[in-house]
Each structure stands twice: as structure tokens, then as C-alpha cells.
Design a binder for this molecule. Structure first.
Ligand code: UFG
Length: 329
């Protein structure tokens, strides 16, 4: 049995499906603060509650034979983390300490952590690999890096076995069209463009056209959520097969696309024309973040299946079927 915390959220719900499809039994723990009960795979056992709830965790560990824990239940808005840093340190760090302590108390020693490219800050490498220095520039990135460091210490001290996965820009939706991205508020580029093209928003803003990039807009590495989910299954297999693992892997496509290129690809996929408004830079945006995922490719054979166009096609399929997201259909 695998415990997936945050399994009602965007990336977590795709990981739940991937694990169950591969034959694992899953318990989902989610407080539904940002997740959706409709996103929880009906084949999973669902427990509503908080990640930092010691007595609830205890109950779950006593009731089920948990082989490994995946942890997706973090706050993840960079801007909000600057305004309300303690909210981020509280949930993303303190509650995770409680979780790890409770795991160890019940002799559950395998852990997969959702980390982020935000741990790198503003790197100057063309392709960022795991040896690049980590220098996060906001509380969100720092909270994630703190947990990574804590995991490393816990591995040495208590024999915790872990994999930290540093996601670049998660996007797209499961091909079934049944689960997908539904954030409130939505801040991510691809869903905002598609919602605009569906007539839900008047325009799409481009945050800054004066960056030191070929077309002046920021470059990101977009990676399909199902490719991310598949990487979790591979990491899980590594944890189940090897005695003690302490690894950090990047997850990206290794291809960078500018904001303008993303909007153009959305137009191409949908056959619709976007109303593009040039706006000021958004504080804290690094000009370019593109991953090298060679390490996980070489070690675990992970290879993303979706390029940008295929990512946007699956996202479009989801948005057309769920124009108002999960709850308001
Ligand atoms: N952008 C726009 N207009 C919008 C929304 C976004 O131009 O309406 C731009 C952003 O400025 C950025 C790019 O599109 O240049 C991508 O923005 P997203 O908000 O989609 O994604 P981010 O790259 O900001 O965020 C991702 C993850 C975060 C992580 C961050 C690290 O979603 O969890 O990378 O920098 F912290």
C-alpha cells in the first residue's frame, strides 16, 4: 500500500492514477484545501485530513501496511510565499517534519518528495543539472530546499530512503480528460491562455518582453503531468528494490519555450487567435529555466513522452470538457 498525500491535487491525482494503473494499492490523504474530491481516483482509499495531523497519520500507519509515502501536499504560489512566508514554512516544512517523524515511528522508511526548479533560483546554466548550485530566491523555493536538506540528514541519521523530484513547469492533463489542472486562483501560463481562448478571460498578459532571451519573454521547460507521474512510479520502484536511496532528480523535457512561443502553440492547437496584452515583468521570474534530466534518464530510464504541442493538446481536451473546472460543472 502506498500513501499519497495531496492525491486530490493536480500532480498528485495523476500520480495516484499512474500507481494504481501499475498495480499498487493507494491511500490518499488530502485536506481538499486546494485539491478536489472528484480528482481522487475512485479505486483509491480516501482519507480527508491534514498532512501534519499526528494522530491521523498514526491511525493510517497502524491501519494500513504502508510501503512508501509520496508527498504532494504543499503550498506552491511563489508570490503568496513572499507575502505569507510563515504559511509556507508551517505547511511545507513543519508539517513535513511531523510526517517524517510519524513515518519513522512506524518504521515506514521510503519517501518521494515533490521538489521544484525553484530550488535553483536564477541559475546561469543553459541546461540545469542536479550539480548546479541551489540558491532559491523566494520562501516557496527555500521551504522546498529545507525539506530536501532535512531528508538528507534523516537519511544519514535514521536510514530514511528518499527521492526528491525537482519538477520544472508541470502542464497538460491525463489523456482520458477526466483529471486535469484546476487551480483557484489560476496563475500558470498554459491554463490561462486556454481559458482565454475558451472565452473565460478577456486576454492573456505577457509578463515582460525585455528579458535577455531571443524574443524578450521568459523561457521555461514544460513537462507533461503524466510524464511526471510516471517518474514517481520509477522512483517508487527504485525505493522498493534498493536498500538505501538518497537521490535528487530533475524532471523536465530539456527544451525551452518562451511565453510567446507557448501562446503561439496554443493558437496552433486550438485554431483560435489570442488577444495578447504586453504587461510588466512579474517579480521573481527567472529569465530562463531549462532542465537537464539526463540523470533520471540514465539511472531509471525515464524519458518524457509529450512535447509542448502534445502537452497543450491534452490540456485543451481537459479545459474544453471542464470549462469551469471540477466543482462547478
Ligand atoms: N506568464 C505570463 N502571463 C501569465 C502567466 C505567466 O507571461 O498570465 C509567464 C510567467 O511570467 C513565466 C511563464 O509565463 O515567465 C511561466 O509562468 P507560470 O506561472 O506558468 O510558471 P512559473 O515558471 O512561474 O512557475 C513554475 C512552477 C512553480 C515554481 C516556479 C519556479 O509552477 O511552482 O516555476 O520559478 F516555483
Amino acid at each position: 500500500m502506498i500513501l499519497i498525500i495531496g492525491g486530490a491535487g493536480y500532480i498528485g491525482s495523476h500520480a495516484v492514477k499512474a500507481c494504481i494503473d501499475k498495480g499498487y494499492d493507494v491511500v490518499v490523504l488530502d485536506n481538499l484545501s486546494t485539491g478536489h474530491d472528484q480528482a481522487v481516483d475512485p479505486r483509491a482509499i480516501f482519507v480527508k485530513g491534514n498532512l501534519g495531523d499526528e494522530s491521523l497519520l498514526k491511525k493510517i500507519f497502524l491501519q494500513h501496511k504502508i510501503q512508501a509515502v509520496m508527498h504532494f501536499a504543499a503550498h506552491s504560489l511563489v508570490g503568496e510565499s513572499v507575502q505569507e512566508p510563515l504559511k509556507y514554512y508551517d505547511n511545507n516544512v513543519s508539517a513535513t517534519v511531523t510526517l517524517i517523524k510519524e513515518m519513522l515511528r512506524h518504521n515506514v522508511k521510503r519517501f518521494i518528495f515533490s521538489s521544484t526548479a525553484a530550488t535553483y533560483g536564477i541559475p546561469d546554466a543553459e541546461l540545469i543539472d542536479e550539480t548546479c548550485p541551489t540558491n532559491p530566491i523566494n520562501p516557496y523555493g527555500r521551504s522546498k530546499l529545507m525539506v530536501e536538506q532535512m531528508l538528507d540528514d534523516a537519511a544519514k541519521a535514521y536510514g530514511l530512503s528518499y527521492v526528491s523530484l525537482r519538477y520544472f513547469n508541470a502542464a497538460g492533463a491525463d489523456e482520458s480528460g477526466k483529471i486535469g489542472e484546476d487551480h483557484d486562483p489560476e496563475t500558470h501560463l498554459i491554463p490561462l491562455v486556454l481559458q482565454h481562448l475558451l472565452g473565460k478571460r478577456e486576454s492573456i498578459s505577457v509578463f515582460g518582453t525585455d528579458y535577455d532571451t531571443p524574443d524578450g519573454t521568459c523561457i521555461r521547460d514544460y513537462i507533461h503531468v503524466t510524464d511526471l507521474a510516471d517518474a514517481h512510479v520509477l522512483a517508487l520502484q527504485q525505493l522498493l528494490e534498493e536498500d538505501q536511496v538518497a537521490e535528487v532528480y530533475n524532471l523536465g523535457n530539456g527544451a525551452g519555450y518562451s511565453v510567446k512561443e507557448v501562446i503561439e502553440t496554443c493558437e496552433k492547437v486550438t485554431g483560435l487567435k489570442a488577444n495578447v496584452v504586453i504587461a510588466d515583468r512579474r517579480p521573481g521570474d527567472p529569465p530562463r529555466l531549462v532542465a537537464s534530466s539526463e540523470k533520471i534518464h540514465n539511472r531509471l530510464g525515464w524519458k518524457p513522452k509529450y512535447d509542448l504541442e502534445a502537452i497543450i493538446q491534452t490540456a485543451w481536451h481537459w479545459h474544453k470538457q471542464h470549462p469551469n473546472g471540477y466543482d462547478k460543472e
